[in-house]
Structure formats: structure tokens, C-alpha cells
Write a protein that binds this ligand. Structure first.
Ligand SMILES: [Zn+2]
Length: 512
């Protein structure tokens, strides 16, 4: 009897900011910002890149099984997923996997922070549907580090592996790890996997979640030490800081420990990591200024360049990227040698093309969905296709684009308007437009953690700003409706006993 098994491979990944005015449609899951890829041929290019599905396929085939890639759908972070988009994608994924005759296992790459009309737990729903239809299959899941992990998901999956790095550089490795565990379940090398999920009741803004420094580095190190200490019985320990802006019951930080048939050990290890997390929780918050204070401070600064970092409207956290509030304040307060980049504004790009390079015209900059447009007369300095090669450490060598892009000048300020929803992520983005960042006094942009690595050697001073948008540092300003309460900081300072939020799930033995 051949031991070769058929393993269905699929994925659905969206980090939903429930407060974003950009409602997510099927078109958002299409190039250049996303894709719905079907079958091995279409998924081929993605499988060659660094993603969980690539790790699934490589490891499954390495172990002598047959990988059957079905659907992998992903899109840039944005608002709640429209009902028809979620139905279409989840059906293609679930039906596609269930259509594989003789499948012994499924490996599914999910985000964990998706939220859709009609489902406040898309990841749990998808895996529960697979489980209900195929109770005897082994199911392995990879989740993003920023996942909110639901009980339903832990109950339905056999093994869940979360990314261990931010920025995420271990996505394919996690896919391979999940594939390896599933293969061992099928061979009987692992009898069954018992899990303990502990919800850590806190919503964390994304500014200080890197695993290379700060509190998360400490917490991840504890998890890793425990994995090594109990290597013979531990399958995986994942730490999820979560994505605070996805307004669904499972949203919060959490810890998931999984063992080879030892529920008590799973609970003991998850508790240890969750307690460490709780002890360090205050270190996650950084100091953030109001827009007016931040601009005033930037104008008074004696070091250059000063970066005004607006995260509230960052597309990487689900913002539209069109807020022009900092531009308005900088202009009103007389800033010079200043650049504001980029602002998502296809209309101003079209207007710039109509006006022509070197000419002046009336513009309404940004603010279509976030805040208000800024009405000004500006001169068109440059129009470009917006492509550049990133040279920073995170995206090094990647060919990125801001879509059709224009540089407008108003008094001493250069404004970059573009078609894409983009953040300021690499100095090359500016240099390709003839803007030398080291010669500027102030650079205002929408940026997340990854920006720091790329601009490290240039930054004179960096000021965090809570401007307008759906991803503010102060999460208490958002109208949450669905997250499980009580949770810090929405409900003040809490006491935390891991036993009260822990869910222990005894695993099952798949058909062999
Ligand atoms: Zn993430």
C-alpha cells in the first residue's frame, strides 16, 4: 500500500479594519493589490514567493505526498468584506477543497483578522465547514501573527501555526511546519494534538509589535524556550498580539500551545506565556501626539529631517491613505523644505495630467473618504508611473508601485498624490520622484513599523501622530461593538487570570 496522500492546499487572507470607510469588494482581491488564484497553474507564481502555501506545497511534496493547490485569495488590508465577496471566496475555497477526491488532509493559509458581512469569524467558519464535511481528514492551518483566534477555529483544526516574526519573514517556514505536523499525524508519528488557547484581554495598537525588539521579543523568547525545553511533546507554541481594528469577538492578543496528546502540558505552557505577555503589556504603548502638537514640534525641531508618522490612515492597517490633514496644518503653519507623501488621490493625479507639468491649477487634495479635501492652488512639478525598486531591508529588491503619481508644489511643500493606496515605505519611492529625503526639513507620511527599517539611517527625529483614520494608536476612540469585553484599554485596568479565558481542546486521530 502506497503511503502517498492527497493534500488539498488553499488560502484566504484579509486583515480587516472594521472602522475603515473602504468596504472590501471582490475587485480588491485582484491585481495589483491582491488576487484570487485558482489551481496549480494560477497559483504557480505565488507558490514561488514567500507565503504559507509555498511552504505547504514544498514540504508536502518533499515528504512524498501529492499537493493539490485549489484557491489562494488575498487583498491589502481594508474595511469589512462585502457579503457577496466573502461568499464567493469562501465557497471557492471550501468547495474546491472538498471536491478533491480521496483527500487525506487540508492545509489552509488564513489571516485570522478577517471580518465580513454575515460572518464575524470567517476563519473559524471556513475550517468548521471543512471539518463538518470531512471529520476524518487532518486539517492544518497557518495564521498571521496578527490573528484573532476563535475557539471555533481551534476546535475545528488539528494544528494551527502562527507566524513568529514581525515583519513577517517566516511565512513559508510556518507553512512547512504545519505541513510537516499534518504528515506526522497521517503517519501516526503524532497520535493527536491537544491545544490550549488563552485569550489575553488586551487590544494592542500596531506601532510596537516588532519581534526583533521591545516587549514582543521578550515574550516570543519565552515561548521559544518552552518549545525547546519540551521539544519531545510540544508541537507548536504561537503568540498572537492580534489586530486591534478588526471588530469581532475573537479580537485580542492570545497564546496557543499545542502538544502531542498532553492537554495539561498545553495548558501549563500557554499559561506561562500568557502571564509573561500580561506582565509586559504596558510596554506596547508608545507616545503619540495630536496633529497640531506634532506639526508645531516638527517646525521647531533643530534636527533634520523630522518625520511625521501618521498611522491612523495607513493602508497597511486598513486605512484608505487619503487623509490630507497634516498637509493642511503644515501649509497653514508655513512649513518649507517639506514633503508630504503619499496621498491616495486618483482625481488629483488626473487633474495634474490635465493641467500639465510646470503649470498651476486648482486642486482638492485627498480627504475623499478620510477627513476633508484640502483646496489649494498648486503647481504640477512631475508626473510619473510610480514604480520603484525598494532598497530597504524588508522589501529589498521588490518592484513596487504607487500607480500613476504626480508631485505638486504649494509654496515650500511638495505633495505626492497617487492612484494606489500606499504608505511611505522606502526612500526610493521619493528619490524616483526627484525628492532627496536627506535634504528635507520635514517629511510627513503614512507609515507603519516596517518604514523604520528602510529610513533608519536618514531619520533625524520621528514624531508619531494620531491624525484622522481608522487605525489610531488610541484604540479607545473607536466605536467597538463586537469585541469580547472586558478588554484593556476599553474597560480600564483589568485583573487577569489565564484560567478564566483558557480553552482546552482535545484533538482527534485522523483516518490513517
Ligand atoms: Zn500581520
Amino acid at each position: 500500500v502506497s503511503s502517498t496522500r492527497w493534500v488539498g492546499i488553499g488560502g484566504f487572507s484579509h486583515e480587516t479594519n472594521s472602522f475603515s470607510p473602504w468596504r472590501t469588494q471582490v475587485d480588491d482581491f485582484s491585481p495589483p493589490d491582491g488576487a484570487i488564484l485558482r489551481g496549480r497553474d494560477e497559483m504557480g507564481a505565488r507558490l514561488a514567493s514567500d507565503c504559507p502555501a509555498a511552504g505547504f506545497v514544498a514540504e508536502i511534496e518533499h515528504l512524498g505526498h501529492e499537493a493539490v493547490p485549489v484557491v489562494d485569495a488575498y487583498a491589502t488590508p481594508s474595511g469589512t468584506i462585502a457579503r457577496d465577496a466573502y461568499q464567493l471566496i469562501s465557497e471557492k475555497l471550501v468547495d474546491g477543497l472538498l471536491a478533491i477526491e480521496d483527500a487525506s488532509a487540508f492545509l489552509v493559509s488564513l489571516h485570522g483578522a478577517a471580518e465580513a458581512e454575515g460572518s464575524d469569524d470567517p476563519e473559524g467558519d471556513i475550517i468548521s465547514r471543512l471539518r463538518a464535511a470531512r471529520p476524518d481528514c487532518a486539517i492544518g492551518v497557518v495564521l498571521d501573527h496578527h490573528a484573532g483566534v476563535s475557539d471555533a477555529l481551534v476546535e475545528a483544526a488539528d494544528v494551527i501555526v502562527g507566524f513568529k516574526t514581525e515583519p513577517h519573514i517566516d511565512t513559508a517556514d510556518c507553512g512547512a511546519r504545519a505541513a510537516n505536523v499534518v504528515s506526522r499525524l497521517l503517519s501516526g508519528a503524532i497520535e493527536r494534538i491537544d491545544s490550549c488557547l488563552i485569550r489575553v484581554p488586551i487590544l494592542l495598537p500596531p506601532e510596537n509589535l516588532r519581534t526583533t525588539e521591545g516587549p514582543l521579543r521578550t515574550i516570543m523568547a519565552v515561548a521559544q524556550e518552552l518549545e525547546q525545553e519540551y521539544a519531545d511533546r510540544v508541537v507548536d507554541i504561537s503568540v498572537f498580539p492580534g489586530f486591534a481594528y478588526s471588530d469581532k469577538p475573537a479580537t485580542s492578543a492570545s497564546v496557543l500551545a499545542q502538544t502531542n496528546g498532553d492537554p495539561e502540558l498545553a495548558a501549563q505552557l500557554a499559561t506561562k506565556v500568557a502571564e509573561t505577555f500580561w506582565r509586559h503589556r504596558r510596554e506596547f504603548y508608545v507616545s503619540v501626539e495630536s496633529p497640531r502638537d506634532a506639526v508645531t514640534r516638527a517646525l521647531a525641531s533643530t534636527v533634520t529631517p523630522v518625520f511625521l508618522i501618521d498611522k491612523a490612515d495607513h493602508p497597511g492597517a486598513g486605512g484608505v491613505g487619503d487623509c490630507s490633514l497634516l498637509l493642511r496644518l503644515l501649509h497653514k503653519l508655513g512649513a518649507t523644505d517639506t514633503v508630504v507623501a503619499p496621498i491616495h488621490d486618483p482625481e488629483s493625479v488626473a487633474q495634474a495630467r490635465a493641467v500639465g507639468i510646470g503649470e498651476s491649477g486648482r486642486f482638492r487634495i485627498g480627504g475623499r473618504l478620510t477627513g476633508e479635501p484640502y483646496d489649494v492652488i498648486a503647481r504640477v512639478r512631475l508626473i510619473a508611473d510610480g514604480t520603484f525598486e525598494a532598497l530597504g531591508p524588508v522589501d529589498h529588491g521588490a518592484r513596487l508601485t504607487t500607480g500613476k503619481t504626480a508631485v505638486l508644489e504649494l509654496d515650500g511643500i511638495e505633495v505626492v498624490v497617487c492612484e494606489a493606496r500606499a504608505g511611505l515605505q522606502d526612500p526610493e519611492m521619493l528619490r524616483r520622484l526627484g525628492i532627496e529625503p536627506t535634504r528635507k526639513r520635514i517629511i510627513a507620511g503614512k507609515a507603519l513599523g516596517t518604514f523604520r527599517a528602510a529610513f533608519e539611517s536618514i531619520i533625524g527625529e520621528a514624531i508619531m501622530v494620531d491624525a484622522q483614520g481608522p487605525a489610531p494608536h488610541d484604540v479607545t476612540t473607536l466605536p467597538f461593538r463586537h469585541v469580547r469585553r472586558p478588554v484593556e484599554p476599553l474597560d480600564g485596568v483589568l485583573e487577569f487570570d489565564p484560567a478564566t479565558t483558557s480553552v482546552i481542546v482535545r484533538g482527534r486521530t485522523p483516518q490513517r
